[in-house]
Design a protein around this ligand. Structure first.
Ligand SMILES: Cc1cc2nc3c(=O)[nH]c(=O)nc-3n(C[C@H](O)[C@H](O)[C@H](O)COP(=O)(O)OP(=O)(O)OC[C@H]3O[C@@H](n4cnc5c(N)ncnc54)[C@H](O)[C@@H]3O)c2cc1C
Length: 357
């Protein structure tokens, strides 16, 4: 482990983590950013908008996910690490960007210790770990979308099973989507199928009505599980519910046209929204006593500080972006939460504060 103790360590380099890092370094802090993109191919949600241009992110209209990720990286690289004198003390500011999938976070007195796998993951090769230290940490690791179990052609099936390529199916103009607010505009007045169950999927239908009134709910073989009041509304709005299991994707490569169903029928749609829930990227927090909601998303206070089970702020530990409970999962929100977390982490390192009697 190196002797360096960073002021702020940021886990994740999506819009939330990037903004947190830039904001903290702008306050003269020495920042470490660890992001798993290259070592694990878990590149963050924005990256996977590969063929649909992002239309509503500030300053970046009409950019694809991979180019957006490059721009974020360029922004951080514009703040290299330098030493400077503050009064008679030497200090360091700027951003150190490292490839690393964080696997464990622990604390020793006032310092966090971060374990990260820093070599590209390869089958049959042991992981290679490095350790970093920091006085504060911002968790901006986002979440992954859950994906349905549907058959593909043999060559696509191989790709589908690899984590890294799952989202090639998302953000595709011809079919798969995971975010109605992001891609709904591509399907104005077109037929949209929504995959999910329970009252939760009706919330997706409520969002879809801004773009179309031709909506079908697919449950993929499960009972719809909606409450009586929600079901009544679904019926009043003439939204069809199909409970048959989906067998196979119809369409060339990732262009989805429809599905073969287990009962032999075929269904065709213009767009298909997967809304099956999420997997939070927080494995490295196992063992920490922190508040989270039923999906595992982090509950933070207004300074983006994480809370223990008694509701007390956990000193030095902040979070931002999609990983925060109750926020909109969108880029501009991630930037805003990232700024709050980066500044709060930075403020927490000040030596003196306003007196409270
Ligand atoms: C297909 C698609 C299209 C979208 N289109 C739009 C759109 O048009 N407009 C819009 O506003 N929003 C859109 N979104 C939503 C938007 O991408 C997210 O809200 C936003 O990216 C969240 O930012 P974030 O920084 O919180 O997380 P993410 O962007 O998910 O970034 C998470 C970061 O954490 C890293 N990470 C994860 N685990 C670890 C770990 N253990 N160690 C180290 N690093 C880790 C990842 O490498 C990544 O850098 C879209 C999402 C998808 C999936």
């Amino acid at each position: 482990m190196s002797d360096t103790i960073y002021d702020v360590a940021v886990i994740g380099a999506g819009p939330a983590g990037t903004q947190a890092a830039v904001s903290a370094s702008h306050q003269m802090r020495h920042v470490l950013v660890l992001h798993s993109g290259k070592v694990s191919f878990s590149r963050g949600r924005a990256y996977w908008s590969k063929s649909v241009e992002i239309e509503d992110a500030p300053v970046f209209p009409g950019i694809t996910g991979p180019n957006f990720a490059k721009e974020l990286m360029r922004w951080m690289e514009s703040r290299p690490v330098v030493n400077f004198m503050l009064g008679d003390k030497q200090r360091t500011t700027g951003i150190d960007i490292r490839d690393g999938m964080v696997t464990r976070l622990t604390r020793d007195n006032d310092t966090f210790e971060i374990e990260a796998s820093t070599a590209v993951l390869k089958k049959d090769k042991p992981m290679q770990f490095e350790h970093f230290r920091s006085r504060t940490v911002v968790v901006a690791s986002g979440f992954d979308d859950k994906w349905p179990d549907i058959e593909f052609q043999v060559d696509e099936d191989r790709l589908y099973k690899q984590y890294a390529t799952v989202f090639r199916y998302a953000g595709n103009r011809k079919g798969w989507h995971v975010c109605i607010r992001c891609d709904g505009h591509l399907h104005v007045n077109e037929h949209l199928a929504l995959l999910g169950v329970g009252d939760y999927i009706y919330e997706a239908a409520i969002g879809a009505q801004d773009f179309t009134d031709k909506i079908t709910i697919l449950t993929n073989g499960r009972p719809h599980g909606m409450s009586t009041s929600v079901l009544k509304q679904v019926q009043e709005r003439k939204i069809q519910i199909i409970e048959t299991k989906i067998k196979q994707h119809i369409g060339e490569k990732t262009d989805l046209l429809g599905f073969k169903m287990m009962d032999g029928t075929q269904l065709f749609f213009h767009g298909f929204l997967v809304d099956e829930g999420l997997i939070p990227n927080t494995k490295f927090l196992d063992g920490w006593d922190y508040q989270k909601d039923e999906e595992g998303l982090i509950i933070a206070n207004e300074d983006m500080q994480m809370l223990d089970s008694n509701g007390n702020p956990i000193p030095g530990l902040f979070a931002a972006g999609d990983i925060i409970s109750g926020e909109r999962n969108l880029i501009a929100t991630a930037f805003a939460l990232g700024q709050e977390a980066g500044l709060s982490a930075s403020d927490s390192l000040r030596k003196w504060h306003y007196p409270h009697d």
